[in-house]
Structure formats: C-alpha cells, structure tokens
Design a protein around this ligand. Structure first.
Ligand code: IDP
Ligand code: MG
Length: 139
C-alpha cells in the first residue's frame, strides 16, 4: 500500500502542559514519520482561517481564541492509510469518549482543549499541510 499524509497540530494545551515530546514519541511509535514540523504561535486571524469550515458552529469563536492563546506545533505526517490511522491514534474529539491509550485519552483537557488536531480526509490533509508548509512533498 502506498503511503499518504495527514496533518496534525499539537494544540496550545498540549504545548503548555509540556506534552510535546510525549505526543511526538507516541505518534512515531504508532508508525508515522515526520515530513515537516513547525513551532508557531497563530494569530486569531490565522486560526480563524484554518478553522473557517467551522464558522457556523457555536464553538467557533471560542475555538479561534483558544487556538491563538499560545504556541502550537504543526506537523505533516506520513504513513500508509495516514488519515484514518491517525484518527484512531488520537481518539474521539471529546477526551471523555476517547478510547483508552489514545492521545486525547492520555493528554487532552476538554472537548475544546483536546491536545491534537487530525485531518478528516486526504483532501483536507493536503489543504491543511499546505496552509503551513510549501515544501512537504519533496522530503
Ligand atoms: P476533530 O478535531 O475531532 O476533527 P471537529 O468537529 O472537527 O473535531 O472540531 C474541531 C475542533 O473544535 C475540535 O478538535 C475541538 O478543539 C473543537 N470543538 C469541537 N466540538 C466542540 C464543542 O462541542 N465544544 C467546544 N469545542 C469543540
Ligand atoms: Mg475535524
């Protein structure tokens, strides 16, 4: 099976709680490899643009405020079946519903501050990776 990419962010709660190393280790142990990585503090405008798909959701403004409240780590990951496997590795959006041993089960604080982002489709993985990186495809 050919490899594909997915995109993740270690969210501000994960960075503040010093889980960056533990989460990256978890991701590598789950078989993903790093294709591009950036430590960055998003402006509210950038966070709003990244999550524009959720504009109509009631939590949008809070989400934008939260995602611009501190630095994040943006990462492009590669693996066979990357998008689906990464969603399994991180667990459900609400950490209380996330399977034991998943990243959100282990490291998330709440449904909003849920430690990590994970793309939901191959198309969105490309769009999201391109939001942060211009050269991830050539590594
Ligand atoms: P996902 O990150 O599991 O794909 P989405 O539904 O795409 O979940 O929502 C994007 C992000 O918005 C979530 O990761 C979480 O940070 C936040 N979010 C989702 N649902 C809620 C909610 O009901 N209340 C507050 N924040 C939420
Ligand atoms: Mg989503």
């Amino acid at each position: 099976m050919t490899k594909s990419i997915t995109f993740t962010m270690l969210k501000p709660d994960a960075v503040k709680n010093n889980y960056t190393g533990k989460i990256i280790d978890h991701v590598l142990n789950a078989g993903f490899s790093l294709k591009a990585m950036k430590y960055i503090w998003l402006t509210a405008e950038q966070a709003g643009s990244f999550y524009a798909v959720h504009k109509e959701r009631p939590f949008y403004n809070d989400l934008v405020g939260y995602m611009s409240s501190g630095p994040i780590v943006a990462i492009v990951l590669e693996k066979e079946n990357a998008v689906e496997d990464f969603r399994k590795t991180i667990g459900a959006t609400d950490p209380q519903k996330a399977e034991p041993g998943t990243i959100r089960n282990l490291y998330a604080q709440s449904i909003e501050a849920n430690a990590v982002h994970g793309s939901d489709s191959d198309v969105n993985a490309q769009i999201e990776a391109s939001f942060f990186f211009s050269k991830f495809e050539q590594f």
